[in-house]
Structures are given as structure tokens and as C-alpha cells.
Ligand binder design. Sequence first.
Ligand SMILES: Nc1nc2c(ncn2[C@@H]2O[C@H](COP(=O)(O)OP(=O)(O)OP(=O)(O)O)[C@@H](O)[C@H]2O)c(=O)[nH]1
Ligand SMILES: [Mg+2]
Length: 698
Amino acid sequence: MKVYDAASIRNIAVVGHGGCGKTQLVSTMLFVAGAVNRLGKVDDGTTVTDFDDEEIARKHTLASSLAHAEWQKAKVNIIDTPGFANFLADARAALRVCEGALVVVDAVAGVEVQTEKFWAEAAALQLPRLVVVSRLERDRASLERTLDALHRDCGREIVPIQLPIGHERAFHGVVDLVRMRALTFATDDSGRMTEGDIPAEMADAATVAREQLLEMVAETDEQLMEAFFAEGTLTQEQLVAGLHQATKNAKLFPLVCTSGLHAIGLQPLLDAIVDFIPSPAERDFPALDTDGREITVTAVDTAPYSALVWKTIADPFAGRITMLRVVTGTLKSDTTVTNLTTESSERLGHLLALQGKAQTHVSELKAGDLGAVAKLKDTHTNDALADKATKVRFVPMTFPEPVLAYAIEPKSRGDEDKISTAMQRLREEDPSISYARDPQTHELLLSGQGQLHIEVTVAKLKRRFGVEVNLKPPRIPYRETISVPTEAHGRHKKQTGGHGQFGDCKIKVEPLPRGSDFQFVDDIFGGSIPRQFVPAVEKGIQEARVRGYLAGYPMVDFKATVFDGSYHAVDSNELSFKMAGVLAFKDAMTRARPTILEPIMQVEVYTPSDFAGDLMGDLNSRRGRIAGMDTRGAMTVIRAQVPMAEMLTYEQHLTSATGGRGSYHMEYSHYEEVPHQFQAKIIAAARAERGQEVAEEV
Ligand SMILES: Nc1nc2c(ncn2[C@@H]2O[C@H](COP(=O)(O)OP(=O)(O)OP(=O)(O)O)[C@@H](O)[C@H]2O)c(=O)[nH]1
Ligand SMILES: [Mg+2]
């Protein structure tokens, strides 16, 4: 395959709310550009970018994937991303490695929760964006309404560079406002395009819209503004160059009109990508210098090489596939490179261009390009493969904390080892899941971003690794803490045969602010406890506090200070002081008024306004605090803080209460004390589940 240099590459992340048509759009784009010779459909499970079995089965993108097409001699790298909130991390990673985003907005639903989220994420990166209005041939589709919503919720800088020809089912083409031509498409979904004059009945509307476009472009640049005032218009060159510049600087966001399913408007979309989105040569890449300061680096392919690993795929057959953004220099197949993050060297086999799961060998990947390599030994997401001479590091991508945990158990005994190997692989691919053993119950806990996320992970375990597990009901990660300071005493004394055990300590425990976890302070003077035994006291308190006191949840947000004690010259040893620490902790808990903390979620509900009143009532009954409410046209956004324990069944409730028209987004916010009337229930449930162990502790 051909090698492209930075100036002839465009990197595009396709983002938008779940189900707005991203994957179909990418599939049709690849087809009309001739990158694939069959038009894949989401509904048939034949698209290029939804190739995973789970994606095909669920008809939703679950992980970012990479494809590419050549258009106007440029290589357009396209990353299709998931729109579901559970899989946001993958879309975020894609935004980090591209010079531009296609923000896809459904012409019927308009702006939705995730549309706004992605818009804000892209804005934070000052990323150039094209807005793609999708599914315009459907009933009740409206560019006008969608544009109003976009202006209101995302910004006035969104400017149409096209008008749709024909409404709803009759939508069959676009007026190109830059070139003032009409582009119409065959009705057989072949994507065949015919160029012609603007239909007479649209001439006035097109003139008005072009006038607006000229004005908005002129306003982004002083020189253009002067030219516009002097001439009353801009030349074609000024318009195209000005629009490119304004898009590159994220001052304007051109909007185009499409139907992915019926192959309408894809060629002009590809043109807009190549014409208006900057190439990697035009936009420097954010990096860190050796002191951790933020810098930017230019995509020069003769410089020493550096590449960022932005995603990893764990395929049990093909092995690990590492997705790379080459930032500087040139990566060559069959060479050895340095992983600066792990300070090890890696042998690159064939570098790959990816078309979904299909791989093509490439001899090299130059600065600015996106590609992949298979079977690296010890390279993970966020690592930098870079020549030692570059000294660059990259700002690490962050992954959200899990918001939900399920206990899992293998269906067949003896599969536990298999689960942990498979989970390790899956975590490489998706760092937003986590997997651990509950220290009290010894159950395996699988945590993730939501129910769907967990289900998909369990399905992957089965399909890819042949391990079947049962999911038990979700768990709330409660914590415990203390309410008041107190002093306590722990003495461990035993006479067994000849040799005795003796440890004795006095401690003080004090509450700390939320989020402080645990601190230990050694305040022993005068050797009342010999120095070498103080760590043993700490270890005892540590172990006891992790096992909790009331309901077996870890005790956090407190400080324990050991300030006195005594010892025995012969009988004292580490174990005895550790036991003394445990006893002192338990003694302290009898007076420190332990209490239970629960995770509180930040929730945003997006609903047709008719349902807003009922939904607020429902959130109240879930112990939610309503923080605010906004009206967005016919929609209402409700913001609230709600205990996680009350949100486990929310998805089903919202769907049935709004007939599927409401959606919501939720993130972990902080911990708060559980109201006392609810604590007894949590303690009882924990005892029932964990049995003896908790009872013994108390
Ligand atoms: N009528 C119509 N349906 C479309 C169009 N584009 C996509 N669809 C349908 O809309 C549904 C969702 O399309 P996708 O392309 O999977 O949407 P997505 O944005 O990739 O969804 P996620 O991956 O879940 O975020 C599928 O059933 C598509 O067939 C379109 O242009 N017109
Ligand atoms: Mg998709």
C-alpha cells in the first residue's frame, strides 16, 4: 500500500449520540470512495467498522475502530466510535489522535445528551469539527429544527455549507453553497452523483444561505472582513481558504447534510473533510517535555520517530493489535523500536493499515498517520514508542472510574484461572473495566461503566475466551468511616508454653475530610514501643480497617495515630504488635461512632418536556437532589445528584416512562453518609451475605 506524508493525510474521529448513524455513515463513505467494493449495512451486520461479534449482534459500536479511504489524493483515516455512554472512553481516545471530528446529529432527534458531551470534549481540545446532519430522508427529519438546536446547545459558529434538496423521503441531494452547484444522487442507493444547476425554486434560499456563509467566514479574519466590506463579497479562493482557516482554528464548524443509508451527500462530505479539516502537517500534536510541561510537536517525517498507542485490541487468535498514531518521524516495518514508557525494546513486524478488521501491510507509516502493528510483547495503551533522542512523552489518556460492580462466578469450577487471564487481556483493550477479588467474601468482582458494559464484557469472555460466568446482582461499593475522634487501647498477651506473645499500643483515631482515605501517624516518643514494631501496629490497623467494622466495607477518611504503648523484652514480636493494632482499631470503633458512606452519582436526564415533572418526582423518590433544570426547545435537561444504590434500575424506568425517548448520563461524583434509617438494612444485608466473617468482626 501507498505511503502518505502528513500534508496528504486527514484524521477524523466520528462521534455522536448512540444510534445517530455514525457506523452506517462511515460504511457508505468507504463505499463511495471506492475503499471497499460492497456497501455494508449496520442492519445486516456487514459494516467495516462494527466487526466484533458483539457489535454485530447488538447493532451498536462498542469499541473504536479504524478505516481509511483515498479521496482527492489524500488518505482519510476514519475512526468510528461508540455513542453509548458506557463506552465513552473509546471515543475520547479517538478525539485525542485526530485533527478533526465529524459530529453526527440525527435530523429527527436533533441534539442529544451525548452530542453535547462530545461537543464539549472536542471544544476542550480546540478540535476542528464538521457537523454532519444524518438520516435526513426519514419522516419528521428537519435541518431547520436540528440547526436551531445546534445553535442553541453547541454554538452559533455552526454554519451550513449545504442545503438539502427535497424534504424527508424526497431528500435526494444537496446544494453546495461554496460552489453554488446542485449535487443529486441516484435513488438506487448506489451513491451515483450528478452535478447540475441549483433548482429554480431553491435559488433564493441558496443565495441567502451563501450570503450568510460569506459573512460568517469574513467575520473570522480581519483581512477578509476588509475585503468583504470593500467588494461586498469574497472571491471563491478567499471563501475556500477562509473557511479552511476558520475551521482549522475552530472558529467555524461547517455543516453538511446526509443520508448514510441511502448514500446521499457522502462525496461532498469527503470533499469537506479534505478541504477544510487541517492535515497533521497543519496542526501540532500535544505532548510533554522531559519536565512534564505541555508542548506541541510538528509532524515532520525526517525527525526521530515517536508514536502514541491510543488503543489496543485483544484478539485471542490474531494476538494483541496495537493502534498507533505516528506523531513525528517515520515508523518502518521489521525494525526494532524503543518503548519509552516501559523502557524496553519492541520488534515491529509488519506495520498495518486497518480497514476495520482487515489488515494491509505497509512498509512505513509517516508522521501524522494512523495505523497498527500486531503482536508487540509489552506495549499497552498510553505508551510512547519513541526514539530516545526525541525525549517526548504524551499526556496520558484517562479512563473513567467504574461506577458499577457485579460479582461473577465461573459456570464450571476450575475456570477461575482462565477468567483472570482473559480479564487481563480484556483490560488491555478496555481500561475502564476492572476486576478484583472482594477481600471479605473472596468473590470475583467485575466493575464497569454500566450494566451494558458489564454484559458486553461477560459476552466477550464467553465468545473470545470460552469462559462462561454467572452474574450476581450488582454491588454498591459502600465505605465506612468514623464520626468522632477517640482514643483506644489494644493489648495482645498470650502465654503459650515457654515463649509468650506481648504487644501493647494506644492509638487516637480522628475523622478526615471526604476523599482522604487513610493516614497513619507514628507519634511514639521515648521508645514506649520499639521502633521496629511500629510498622507492625500500622499493618494491624490497615488490615482491620480494610475489613471494615459495621458491614465489612473498607473504613476510610480517618487518621490513626499511635502515641503510646509498652513491650516485653523477650515476648514482644511483630505479630504481637500487629494483633495489638487490630485490637486497638476494634476498641476505637466502639466509641468513634462508625457510619456508612455511599457513592453519589451526578446524573443528567434528557427528556421531552412533557415527562420532566414526573421524572423529577421519581428522582426525588430515589433520594435525589435536583440541582437544576434547563429547557431546550421541546426537551428538558434535569441535573441531579442521586445515590448509586437508587440508580441501578433507572435505565428501565426511564425507557418505560418516556416511551424510549428519554436518555441519561451518569458519572461518579463523591461519597456521602447514608441516612441512618437505611444503614441497618445495609448492615443486615452484608451480614446475611458475608455470614460469619462480618459477625466475628463486630
Ligand atoms: N433511515 C435511515 N436509517 C439510518 C441511516 N443511517 C443509519 N440508519 C439506521 O440507524 C440505526 C443506527 O445506525 P448506526 O450507524 O449503527 O448508528 P451509530 O451512530 O453507529 O450507533 P452507535 O454505534 O450505537 O453509537 C441502524 O439501524 C441504521 O440502519 C440513514 O441515513 N437513514
Ligand atoms: Mg456505530
